[in-house]
Design a protein around this ligand. Structure first.
Ligand code: N2P
Length: 355
């Protein structure tokens, strides 16, 4: 009898436990669904989407925004190519938009959901990489160059050659970015950053192999190294140099006399995005003048929304880090999608990194 009742109790206990566990799993599952439905997943460059912009969107739209970062367009491509990554927003540069369109990786934007598209300056629309802006809206623009601590690097550099000067061995970094870093070597050699001449590529590869023992680190987040004082000079992007200079006023930025690259970084939605509607809402939010101004205030890259300038402090409206003089602008090239030849850039880069 006693035995029977113990069994009965334990049977009842077990079914209670099952019901409880069932509720628990259901709750976890439902929370998961709710969370994911209301979550915008962004994959972007470091220090590109500020906490202010993220939380502004979260509060207004009652959602959660998660930001992951990458250090080069090729890293972004590698990740997105594998398929459903869960990302809703990505920020490829110009030439990478062209590659991703060809690879069928981007969703077409529904302009009806992005009325603030009209705030974009025509100067940043209709570019070669997406002639009708069916897949991309511009986020920011900038250049690549050399940032250096003027209290430690003397004389002031003028040429890419400074990054081959043994005097600075182990004291500078190069971008961990195949097109940009090969581009620096191409420019030093007097070639186009878009050359598809195998002999010129071979020479640039040799140059970078020769330089490698002097390089402290290949790192796209150069700003961190400059601020920490880990390097006194860095091949880096203009906004990152600008942000580093705010922390260390002795930091300066130059575009070498041989010329360099300029870019437009864009906002796109991967074809596999789980929350396309929310992503379009986010793009529309970014294009509000007051929000767009905050992008420039934070990233120190240029705005593509003219009305945003009214919300910017005067120095940011025309700072030379963002708006180089006309003569310097003439020395800049856009990185182009070079189709099949891209593989050769990648192969050369892999060889350099493997040395
Ligand atoms: C942001 C660097 C983005 C510029 N930290 C590279 N396109």
């Amino acid at each position: 009898m006693l035995h029977f009742s113990i069994n009965r109790f334990s049977l009842q206990d077990m079914s209670k436990r099952h019901i409880l566990l069932g509720f628990l799993f259901l709750t976890i599952f439902m929370c998961g669904c709710v969370d994911q439905k209301n979550q915008l997943n962004i994959f972007t460059w470091s220090e590109y989407v500020s906490d202010e912009i993220r939380s502004g969107f979260e509060e207004e739209f009652g959602v959660n925004v998660v930001v992951d970062t990458y250090g080069s367009n090729e890293d972004l491509l590698a990740k997105i190519s594998v398929g459903a990554t869960g990302y809703d927003i990505i920020m490829p540069s110009d030439y990478m938009v062209s590659i991703m369109v060809k690879e069928n990786l981007l969703a077409e934007l529904n302009r009806d959901n992005i009325p603030n598209f009209q705030n974009i300056s025509p100067l940043f629309l209709g570019k070669y990489y997406d002639p009708e802006n069916r897949y991309s809206v511009p986020y920011t623009f900038g250049t690549a160059g050399i940032a250096y601590d003027s209290s430690k690097v003397s004389p002031d550099p003028e040429s890419w050659a400074v990054l081959w000067n043994e005097k600075y061995k182990n004291q500078f970094s190069m971008l961990d970015d195949q097109r940009e870093t090969l581009g620096a070597a191409f420019k030093l050699l007097g070639y186009s950053i878009n050359t598809t001449d195998p002999e010129q590529l071979r020479q640039a590869k040799e140059k970078l192999i020769e330089q490698k023992p002097f390089v402290k680190q290949y790192k796209s987040e150069a700003e961190e190294l400059l601020i920490a004082g880990d390097v006194i000079m860095a091949h880096c992007w203009s906004g990152d140099a600008f942000r580093a200079a705010e922390e260390r006023p002795s930091i300066r930025y130059i575009i070498p006399k041989e010329g360099s690259s300029q870019f437009i970084d864009t906002v796109c939605i991967p074809k596999s995005a789980p929350h396309k509607d929310l992503a379009e809402k986010f793009i529309n939010y970014l294009l509000r003048p007051e929000v767009n101004a905050k992008i420039t205030t934070f990233t120190k890259y240029g705005t593509c929304v003219p009305a945003a300038k009214e919300h910017l402090p005067e120095d940011l409206q025309k700072h030379k880090f963002i708006y180089p003089p006309a003569k310097v602008m003439e020395s800049l090239e856009w990185l182009k999608d070079q189709g099949e030849f891209t593989q050769q850039y990648s192969r050369a880069w892999d060889e350099i990194k493997a040395k």
